[in-house]
Ligand binder design. Structure first.
Ligand SMILES: [Zn+2]
Length: 258
């Protein structure tokens, strides 16, 4: 049986969480990193992790999409809350930049960069890893991580250019693979080019995946990420499960041997 870690799941957004966690355990999941998006989601994520201790490990953050609807006082409030509650979390996330024009229309690149810079600074001060969203903003996201002096970060669901990926790997950072590795060309290329020791698995559930058949993902779909990575890398599933689980355990300092 595999031992898998889903390193990026929005558990606060799932219905029937208990059932889904059981299903994930049966699929070989031994731990999950639950990511938060803003204060309410962060609070719920911490609650879920307390209820599923030693299985769900929480990350708290402020997702760039949230900046399109939050005013400056709310953003300041969220940043303070993250700072105060970070000792209860294993990482800062989900944070990042999103240069999709629909996002930039609501939250300028400048605002996104300023907020990300401050969150990364918090991560550095608390010596916590960062879980970074970097859609169409791969280079800027990496530059900010480097500028902040954060030494542990994962660029989740990475679909960026090979040149940026090279610098991510050279900087000692990680990327993670979602079930989109079954069909998404840029994501598949990144998974292929990243060394296995810098790769993590995730679902980003409840994201909807699929080309011909669309489905809403759940934590057990981490098996699809594993199978896709195994195909791309021409490697055994057991070996890939073991290495990615070891990578996640180390990156998030889980302090347990799975
Ligand atoms: Zn996410």
């Amino acid at each position: 049986m595999y031992r898998l870690i889903d390193t990026h799941a929005h558990l606060d957004e799932l219905n029937n969480l208990g059932v889904m966690i059981e299903e994930a355990r049966r699929a070989g999941v031994v731990a999950m990193i639950a990511v938060g998006s803003e204060q309410q989601s962060n609070t719920k994520t911490l609650e879920i992790s307390r209820k599923h201790r030693r299985f769900v490990y929480p990350a708290i953050g402020l997702h760039p999409w949230q900046l399109t609807r939050l005013g400056t006082p709310d953003i300041e409030d969220d940043l303070r809350w993250i700072e105060d509650n970070l000792p209860s979390a294993v990482a800062v996330g989900e944070i990042g930049l999103d240069y999709d024009k629909r996002v930039v229309r609501g939250a300028s690149k400048e605002i996104q960069k300023e907020v990300l810079g401050r969150l990364l600074e918090t991560a550095r001060r608390h010596a916590k890893p960062a879980i970074v969203h970097s859609r169409y903003a791969w280079k800027d996201a990496l530059l900010l991580v480097q500028e902040a002096g954060v030494d542990k970060a994962v660029f989740h669901w990475f679909t960026g250019f090979s040149g940026v990926l090279k610098d991510i790997i050279a900087g000692g950072f990680h990327i993670s693979a979602t079930p989109a590795a079954e069909y998404h060309e840029e994501h598949r290329r990144a998974v292929k080019e990243a060394p296995l020791r810098r790769l993590l698995l995730e679902t980003d559930c409840p994201v909807t995946y699929g080309r011909a058949v669309r489905y809403e993902s759940r934590p057990a779909d981490i098996v699809r990420s594993l199978q896709a990575v195994s195909c791309i890398k021409c490697g055994g599933q057991v070996e890939i499960a073991e290495q990615t689980t070891r990578n996640a355990t180390e990156l998030f300092s889980l302090g347990v041997a799975f």
